[in-house]
Design a protein around this ligand. Structure first.
Ligand SMILES: Nc1ncnc2c1ncn2[C@@H]1O[C@H](COP(=O)(O)OP(=O)(O)OP(=O)(O)O)[C@@H](O)[C@H]1O
Ligand SMILES: [Mg+2]
Length: 285
């Protein structure tokens, strides 16, 4: 079963002076087994959108279809636990949710909550910690005494240990150093390619969209303004220019070189091709 939004509106604090329509008539189908990026300016509704995927928020109007579930305001959305086991959501700033005495206990909290045995939960948690690059020297440390990036990894391990089919990550690399962000994105690609996880990533990093994602959803003021394959988005048509977001670095380099008179194909998408094209241009001079 697909993941889809059908005419979804979401209003925060309805019927109060603070009422705010954060999602407006969203129609969107997310491909399974792909990595989909969700981008858009701050306040455009990205976090609100993804919190619908495991029913943390339920549409004010419209319906969300997720795997074999249907979520809407006019039905009883019960047994959300089974949904939350299949759709893992890692919040923006997940490090604020760490609370156990030790890192291993913190990661085990989810699996135990979903009724895994202690031994199974321990095994799954150790595997998840290895996946996010934290070895056993971290197991007994307090989750409060590690760096921000490491806390982020612990929080992600907590979700991986539950082994969800769909992994939703709200700005997972924000604030990480470039190498840490890269290895995090590579982990998501591995989870997608090797373990067939469907992955949704909210991000502000256009390089990550270009380098690691299959599809991209662009939001603006509570609406989805485009949803395309990443290559089409960057290299076909003009949508990418119209959305007023910074281009990925590689494409900015190509643009600058073209402005300086280099005859380069604006569709060059990887570094090796770019290096070869520059070499060819220079050797013609
Ligand atoms: N709990 C809330 N109560 C009222 N309004 C809210 C609440 N949470 C978010 N909003 C409003 O809804 C809109 C969408 O917020 P959302 O957090 O989904 O944006 P976002 O695209 O994730 O932004 P960012 O890139 O800053 O994380 C914003 O204008 C925000 O002020
Ligand atoms: Mg957000």
């Amino acid at each position: 079963m697909p993941i889809a939004f059908e005419k979804v509106n979401y209003i925060y604090a309805p019927k109060t002076p603070f009422q705010y329509e954060a999602l407006k008539c969203i129609d969107l189908a997310i491909e399974l087994n792909k990595i989909t990026a969700i981008i858009g300016p701050t306040g455009s509704g990205k976090s609100t959108l993804v919190q619908h995927l495991n029913a943390l928020l339920v549409p004010t109007d419209g319906t969300v279809y997720i795997l074999d579930r249907e979520l809407s305001s006019n039905q009883k959305n019960k047994d959300l636990k089974s949904l939350r086991q299949r759709v893992g959501l890692v919040f923006q700033f997940p490090e604020y949710q760490l609370f156990e005495e030790t890192i291993l206990k913190d990661v085990m909290f989810g699996p135990l909550n979903f009724k895994m045995t202690e031994e199974d939960a321990r095994q799954k948690s150790m595997t998840a910690l290895t996946m996010v690059g934290l070895d056993e020297s971290f197991y007994e440390r307090s989750p409060l005494d590690i760096s921000g990036g490491q806390k982020r990894r612990v929080a992600i391990a907590g979700i991986l240990a539950i082994n969800p089919d769909v992994l939703v990550l709200d700005e997972p690399t924000a604030g990480l150093d470039p190498q840490g962000a890269k290895s995090m994105m590579e982990l998501f690609v591995e989870l997608n390619r090797k373990y067939k996880k469907t992955i949704l990533i909210v991000t502000h990093d256009m390089d990550h969209v270009l380098n690691y994602c299959d599809n991209v959803v662009v939001m603006k003021k509570g609406e989805v303004i485009t949803h395309q394959q990443v290559n089409d988005f960057f290299f076909k048509g003009d949508t990418v220019k119209e959305i007023e977001m910074a281009l990925p670095q590689r494409l900015r380099v190509v643009e600058s070189l073209r402005e300086k008179g280099f005859k380069l194909d604006s569709k060059i998408s990887n570094l090796k091709d770019l290096a070869n094209a520059i070499k060819k241009e220079i050797s013609h001079e």
